[in-house]
Design a protein. Sequence first.
Length: 135
Amino acid sequence: MLPFALGETVEVLVEVPRFSFVKRRPNGDVHFVSPIPTLYNYGSVVGTLAPDGDPLDALLIGPRAPVGTRLRSRLQAVVDFVDHSLPDPKLVLAPAPLNRAARWQLEAFFRVYARAKLILDPGPGHTRYNGLILR
């Protein structure tokens, strides 16, 4: 169960600016180098804890933001993702509801991302994208 409801405003700390290839852990260590750039500002919700032990992941649709920026936006969807057999949901934040193109882009990105993680970040268990939760 997520601590936020769709439509709620959430504050996120940006850890990976839009168009970056390197995903870092909250402490700054390199976690993963992607073969494709992230299409979103990627970060975490400070003060939360996901099943993998890290803060809850979040991505912000919008212009590129520098590392360390705190941004607030509305929760529009959740990416249902499993990483090394642990639930790893990702909050999708945007100022307005996601249109068809934005949903398609998210789905395409996470299908490729899941496959890339299997190869570039091997570990125990399975990694997969299960879909986008909009309601």
